[in-house]
Design a protein around this ligand. Structure first.
Ligand code: AGP
Length: 367
């Protein structure tokens, strides 16, 4: 039947609040509660002997793939190529035989992703799709479908489907890492615990709504916003910037924080706020020093960190939001909820049509 807004002002607000539920449902599908091990459906290929993976998708689904690349390379030691589907489909890249093609899509109908998928398939690659619409064109043409259990997503701006994609990619990473001998029992238990912790920790993000609204009041005044992050927090910055552009019509750009001094630092002044995604962890100090450079040029720093990074960030940032401290593996999932909420609150202040932003379609079924 028709999906209602359940008392929320917009579908996007409702769907943002479904993050904890959707992450939990997706994990239920992939983790055996008795053994606490990731269990994937039967695969017509051997995860242990994949030479590489090729990931392709569009928009937010592409950013989920970029997080997936950080995970697959670092944890499973699997080399990954990734590109947006509109480029991948015409690039005619040399493909290593036996590589796995990974597609990510909410709708399963995006024209470019479908075409890129057919290209990889014609080249002989097996196709694994991460899909929310399990009865879609991509589902029919894939060798294996890993479902994101996000339910219908009505808002044009993707929210819960994105965190569900990350959840699936995290589980896939664990399974591939195990198959390749890169993860022992203890290692898997540690990562699975981090995932199972997520639904309750994700729910805690909503307790920061006042602080996020305050941050939105600065962003809403800007014409341009720079999003910065490093490591797996960099694609989170990309997701934050895309969401802001889509629904608030404010220009935003994401940069790998270490790349800022190679160009975009010349943009920085009081009128260009910087939204930084900086979870505690190995890249924390590096990111902090990039942000210090930005601040020295007059930049207004608005930071998403976690409870362990809050003191050091609030010493330099105008506003700091301390999201729940989780295992470093899953920080991009928690940070994403923060930047998506910031985009939503900013759009509310701008008075835009949040669920149906101008010029955009939920699913882009033409090239
Ligand atoms: C995200 O907020 C977008 N509306 C858009 O980038 C979307 O993620 C992209 O069009 C891909 O769609 P799909 O997941 O249905 O393939």
């Amino acid at each position: 039947g028709a999906v209602g807004k359940d008392g929320y002002r917009h579908y996007m607000e409702k769907e943002l609040h479904e993050h904890p539920l959707v992450i939990g449902q997706t994990l239920q599908r992939m983790i055996d509660p008795a053994t606490r091990k990731v269990v994937l459906p039967e695969m017509p290929f051997d995860l242990a002997s994949l030479p590489r993976a090729v990931i392709t998708a569009c928009g937010s689904a592409f950013f989920a793939g970029v997080v997936g690349r950080y995970w697959l390379e670092e944890i499973a030691r699997l080399p990954v190529d990734i590109d947006v589907a509109s480029e991948m489909r015409y690039r005619n890249p040399p493909l290593t035989p036996g590589s796995l093609g990974i597609l990510i899509s909410q709708s399963g109908e995006t024209a470019d992703t479908l075409a890129a998928m057919r290209g990889l398939k014609n080249a002989g690659l097996p196709i694994l799709s991460v899909l929310n619409a399990e009865h879609s064109s991509m589902a029919r043409e894939s060798d294996v479908v890993l479902g994101t259990v996000a339910g219908p997503e009505i808002s044009v701006a993707s929210t819960k489907a994105f965190t569900a994609q990350l959840t699936v990619l995290a589980c896939l990473t664990i399974a591939i890492a195990r198959a390749r001998g890169e993860l022992d029992e203890t290692g898997e238990e540690e990562l699975v615990s981090a995932l199972l912790d997520l639904p309750s920790r994700a729910a805690e993000v909503f307790t920061h709504d006042d602080a996020i609204r305050k941050m939105a009041s600065v962003v809403a005044e800007a014409r341009d916003v720079l999003y910065l992050g490093r490591g797996s927090a960099y694609p989170v910055a990309m997701e934050g910037a895309l969401k802001l552009k889509e629904i608030s019509y404010i220009h935003a750009e994401a940069y790998a924080a270490g790349e800022m001094k190679h160009g975009p630092i010349s943009l920085i002044d009081r009128t260009v706020p910087i939204v930084a995604t900086v979870p505690s962890g190995v890249l924390f100090d590096k990111t902090l020093s990039n942000l210090q450079e930005a601040k020295a040029r007059g930049g207004r720093l608005l930071a998403f960190t976690d409870e362990a990074g809050a003191d050091r960030l609030s010493a330099i940032a105008e506003q700091t939001i301390a999201l729940p401290k989780v295992h470093p593996f899953v920080t991009p999932i928690i940070q994403t909820i923060g930047v998506q909420m910031l985009a939503y609150e900013t759009a509310l202040l701008k008075g835009t049509d949040v669920d149906q932003p101008r010029n955009l379609a939920k699913s882009v079924t033409v090239e």
